[in-house]
Ligand binder design. Sequence first.
Ligand code: SF4
Length: 349
Amino acid sequence: MGRENLTFEIGPIRPPSEASSFLLRVTRNCTWNKCLFCHIYKGKRFERRSVEEVKKDIEAARRIADEIRSLSWRLGYGGDVAREVLQYVFSSPRYDEHFRSIALWLYFGGKNVFFQDANSLVMKTSDLVEILRFLKERFPQVERVTSYARSRTAAKGKSLQELKELREAGLTRLHIGLESGWDFLLQYMKKGVTAKEHVEGGRKVVEAGIELSEYVILGLGGKRWWREHATETAKVLNEINPHFIRIRTLMVLPQMPLYRKIEEGDFVLQSEEEMIVEERLLIEGLDGITSTFLSDHILNLLGELEGRLPEDKEKMLATIDSFLSHPKEEKLNYCVGRWAVKYEEREDM
Ligand code: SF4
């Protein structure tokens, strides 16, 4: 393999928690691609990549990692990807984005890998197992392999046994877009899954021993349906008991089909404050579960709203109440500061 082959495909997105992971693209785009609130893969066709193609990418990443280690020796760091080695890779025109991403990955320990794009579970189980084994063979230090997945695929497309096989081969965590637990809203937003399938898919993943992150979109019910959205979502989460509940805040861009619904007056966005009231109702409804609640996205208004359930539930509710008790101008000041990325949490006000 010459230096010209030292490249691998990188898909468009990954969760914030995978910022320092090696991004390995096993499929392209989304199998479903119809959700009204999502623009990422619109206009792009879903494609499976062949096992051979993915293995070539792993091999390229291995070669790049070896070159970076040699560089480290030459710079006097004994093969360790120290900060100075990372800086060298980032500042030298000799190294492209592939070198930079692998250098960053190694700098952070080289232990986490994220499979792209939107629904890797749709791959044949035997193919995914082969990829996972090859990855572990070429990078024995890898400890965590995660991916996005659709709950419908987990519910209907994979047996419990297949999910266990994937776990044994090294798949450790799945990120699923629950978005809402209310059937009406799931249908309105064209999510292509029912609340029952969310529960079935989520529980199966947990039973297989795979860690599960469920993503909820605050504001998805708009002004008309926020109550049902919050209460029904809490019920579904209670039935799944995922390892992580991750909050996202609805932001509608012109490229999203939901934008047209807003223009037509069919969907009405909530204010920031209304979404926090909705979040309170959601947290209030979480009961009998042991999930970690996270607000790990810059668009979430109250980034400090995190904790373990059930023990931190009252503390999180108190945080919301404290925010809501501020005078109107202060809340507005905080919202503006958050959008401008000046404030990370309310203390910064
Ligand atoms: S399933 Fe996920 S990636 Fe696909 S359209 Fe819906 S939100 Fe977007």
